[in-house]
Design a protein around this ligand. Structure first.
Ligand code: ATP
Length: 198
C-alpha cells in the first residue's frame, strides 16, 4: 500500500518535451513542498547524473528480480532500457509530507492508473515533432538510432496524451515560462492546501 499523504503529481510526455526541465524548476522553487521520486533505470548515466539522485542506476538482472518481488509500481522499457518507479521511492517522499513528483513514460502511466496512487496526471506536449527533434539534437545526449527511436515513440505518446480522459491537463511547452506558469496554476487549483504551496 503506497497511497497516503498528499496526492502525487505525474509528469508524462515524449522524450524532449521538457518534463525534466519543468520538474527541476518546480523542485528548485519549492523544495519544501515537492519531492522527486527517484526512478530506477538500466540505462547508463549521462554526464553529470548521480546515482540515487537523478536515477537509481541498476542492471537488467537486478531490476527483473525486484519486479518479480513486487517492488515496483510501474515499469517500462524504453529505447532498449528498463525504467521503473519503486514503491520504496514514492514512500520515501510521502514520509516527508511533500508532494511526490513522478516523471514517467506512457506505459508507466497506464500502470499507475491501475494502482491506488490516484495521482494528478499532467501531459507535457511539445509544439511539434520537428521542434522535438530540434531539441533532442540540441540536447545531444543520444546517438542517431536512439534519437530515431525516441521520435517514433513520441508520435504514439502524443496520440495517447491527447485522448480524452488519459490526463487531467495537457500543457503545451512552446514557451518554458508559460508552460511552467500553467503547471503551477494547475497544481494550485488541484492541491487542497494550495494556499500553503504558492
Ligand atoms: N520551451 C522550451 N523551449 C526550448 N527548449 C526547451 C523547452 N523546454 C525544454 N527545452 C529543452 O529541450 C531539451 C529537452 O528537455 P528535457 O530534457 O527537459 O526533456 P524531457 O521531456 O525530460 O526528456 P527525457 O524524457 O528524455 O528525459 C532540453 O535541452 C531543454 O533545455
Amino acid at each position: 500500500m503506497v497511497q497516503k499523504g498528499p496526492r502525487p503529481l505525474v509528469l508524462c510526455g515524449p522524450s524532449g518535451s521538457g518534463k525534466s526541465t519543468l520538474l527541476k524548476r518546480l523542485l528548485n522553487d519549492f523544495p519544501d513542498k515537492f519531492g522527486f521520486s527517484v526512478s530506477h533505470t538500466t540505462r547508463a548515466p549521462r554526464t553529470g547524473e548521480k546515482d540515487g539522485i537523478h536515477y537509481h542506476f541498476t542492471n537488467k538482472d537486478d531490476m527483473i528480480a525486484a519486479i518479480e518481488k513486487g517492488e515496483f509500481i510501474e515499469t517500462a522499457t524504453f529505447s532498449g532500457n528498463m525504467y521503473g518507479t519503486s514503491k520504496h521511492a514514492v514512500e520515501e517522499v510521502r514520509r516527508t509530507g511533500k508532494i511526490c513528483v513522478l516523471d514517467i513514460e506512457m506505459e508507466g502511466v497506464k500502470q499507475v492508473k491501475c494502482t491506488d496512487l490516484d495521482p494528478l496526471l499532467v501531459f507535457v506536449m511539445p509544439p511539434s515533432i520537428e521542434e522535438l527533434e530540434r531539441r533532442l539534437r540540441r540536447r545531444n545526449t543520444d546517438p542517431e538510432n536512439a534519437l530515431r527511436k525516441r521520435l517514433a515513440t513520441a508520435k504514439r505518446e502524443i496520440e495517447f496524451g491527447q485522448q480524452p480522459g488519459n490526463f487531467h491537463v495537457i500543457i503545451l511547452n512552446d514557451n518554458l515560462d508559460k508552460a511552467y506558469l500553467e503547471l503551477c496554476e494547475f497544481i494550485a487549483k488541484n492541491v487542497p492546501d494550495k494556499g500553503e504551496v504558492f
